[in-house]
Each structure stands twice: as C-alpha cells, then as structure tokens.
Ligand binder design. Structure first.
Ligand SMILES: Nc1nc2c(ncn2[C@@H]2O[C@H](COP(=O)(O)OP(=O)(O)OP(=O)(O)O)[C@@H](O)[C@H]2O)c(=O)[nH]1
Ligand SMILES: [Mg+2]
Length: 258
C-alpha cells in the first residue's frame, strides 16, 4: 500500500473535516457477518462520523448486529433494492443537515482506511462527488470475473463518451459527497443497478465528479448478487436506461424550503 493511503488513513489528518457534520451511509442486505467490522473500521477512521446502516429488508440479524455495534439503523420494511436503500440513506443525510456523506458497502469490500483519499477532493472544494475507482490506478487493478470486467470497461467507455470526461469505474459504491451531492441523490436516485445511471445524472446536473484510485477487497463471505448471466442482463438494462435517460428533462435540485 502506498504512503498516501497510510497518511490519509485517519480522519484526524484531514484539515477541515472535524468542523463538518458527516455521516457514513452503509447499505446492507443480509450482512450479519460483515457489518460489525465495517462499523468498527469506520469508527476507527473517524470517531466523529455518524454511521447509518440501511438494512434493506434483511432476513438475518443485520439490524441487531449493526445496532449492537453502535450504528444507527434504518430498517426498511421490505427489500427495496440497492438504489432504494442508498437513496434512503441520502434522504436521511439531507434531512438531518449533514454537510458530507460517505457511502460504502456493508459487505466489507470497501476499506474505510482509504476514505481519506475519497474525502479529500470534497474537502478541498474540488468535487461534489468523489468515486473510489478500482481501475483509475495504473498497474494491477481489481480482479473480478472476466464477464464483469468487460462489462465494467464497456460501461465506463460509454459513460465517458456521454459525459465528456474519462470515468473508469461506473459501478463503484465507494463515494464521498458534499451537500450538493447529497441533495441530488436524496431527490433522485436510479433503482435496480443504480451507479451507472447515477454517474450520468451527476454530470447532467452539472455537479463535479472526480475519481480517485482505491483498492477493494474481495467479498469475504455471503453470496454475490451478480452472476455471469446477470452481468449481461445488467449491461443491457443499464445501457438502455442510460439512453432513455438522455431524453429525460433535467430537474436541478433546489435546497428544500419545506
Ligand atoms: N445485491 C444487493 N445488495 C444490496 C441490496 N440492498 C442493499 N445491498 C447492499 O449493497 C451492497 C452492495 O451489494 P453487493 O451485492 O455486494 O454488490 P457488489 O459489491 O457490486 O457485488 P460483489 O462484488 O458480488 O460483492 C452490499 O453491502 C449489500 O449488502 C439489494 O437489494 N441487493
Ligand atoms: Mg459487494
């Protein structure tokens, strides 16, 4: 791991962060074996960051484990899917007046020690949304199945063309957002397989997106939702959604006065 990652591994080293109201949003579906470690890592990174686990209709002990580890748990009455779960987190962040939100998965694949790298461009006012990318770094990237890698590359290529900026990882759920980013996603967030469409949405609303290189861990346990067949379904569906989305009218979110 590089020095930069070590240096930024604790929030205390980030100037200006302590003054912000900040929250971590952690979507979790049946992550009873992973979620406690995620909460502990977040706490170790930044004891002043609130942690919200969105339990997306789990049938295991995810809520109980997350509560016991000290997180606030928003328990959805049934499975909304990742988009609905994440948007619930952003609505919470927006309504509770948070200045900064980070989002990371409840399965432990995102390493909270790398949050410093993801948060920094937001703190410096250089981006509204920062995405931790597995493919932005040169050299050895993230290893995942061949179909999935090809799919991710193709989506990144299409999205880069549409938005006019190079993006390498349109499916990453490892992110940091300022108030404008939180407001956008609180109001409008795609469903089903949301991250790709969300990336396009960010540009269409003229928010600034920046990628930073991160490494991600392999899934520790549980079952991946994405099989080879689903990868293909995902690709077709997301590409269609992007093209349909191009014809949608833009709704630029205003600060809510209600
Ligand atoms: N698959 C899935 N995940 C959900 C849902 N709701 C919340 N999540 C959480 O969203 C996060 C990302 O989902 P994953 O299935 O890990 O997706 P992924 O990381 O792209 O895929 P893997 O590499 O297989 O882990 C995890 O923390 C899930 O627990 C849902 O309805 N479906
Ligand atoms: Mg995962």
């Amino acid at each position: 791991m590089s020095d930069t990652i070590v240096d930024a591994s604790r929030a205390a080293t980030l100037p200006g962060l302590a003054e912000l109201r900040r929250v971590a949003i952690v979507p979790a579906l049946n992550e009873e074996h992973a979620v406690a470690a995620v909460v502990a890592e977040l706490r170790a990174f930044d004891p002043g960051m609130d942690i919200v686990v969105v339990d997306d209709g789990s049938v295991d002990r995810t809520s109980a484990v997350a509560t016991a580890s000290g997180a606030r748990v928003l328990r959805l009455p049934f499975n909304l899917g990742i988009g609905g779960a994440v948007q619930t987190g952003f609505r919470y962040a927006y309504e509770h007046g948070y200045d900064l939100a980070v989002r990371l998965d409840g399965d432990g694949q995102h390493d909270a020690r790398q949050l410093g790298i993801v948060i920094e461009p937001v703190l410096r006012g250089e981006a509204d949304i920062v995405v931790g990318s597995r493919f932005a770094a040169t050299g050895q990237g993230y290893r995942s199945s061949r179909t999935r890698r090809i799919g991710i590359r193709l989506l990144a290529w299409v999205v880069s063309r549409i938005v006019g900026q190079r993006v390498t990882d349109t499916t990453s759920g490892f992110q940091a957002l300022n108030r404008e980013g939180i407001a956008l996603f609180a109001r409008d967030y795609p469903h089903d397989y949301p991250e790709v469409e969300a990336t396009v949405m960010v540009f269409r609303h003229r928010l600034r997106l920046r990628e930073v290189p991160v490494s991600m861990r392999e899934r520790a346990g549980g079952r991946s939702s994405i099989t080879a067949l689903r990868s293909i379904y995902y690709m077709v569906k997301v590409l269609l959604a992007i093209f349909v989305g191009l014809f949608r009218r833009n709704v630029v979110p205003q600060e809510d006065s209600s």
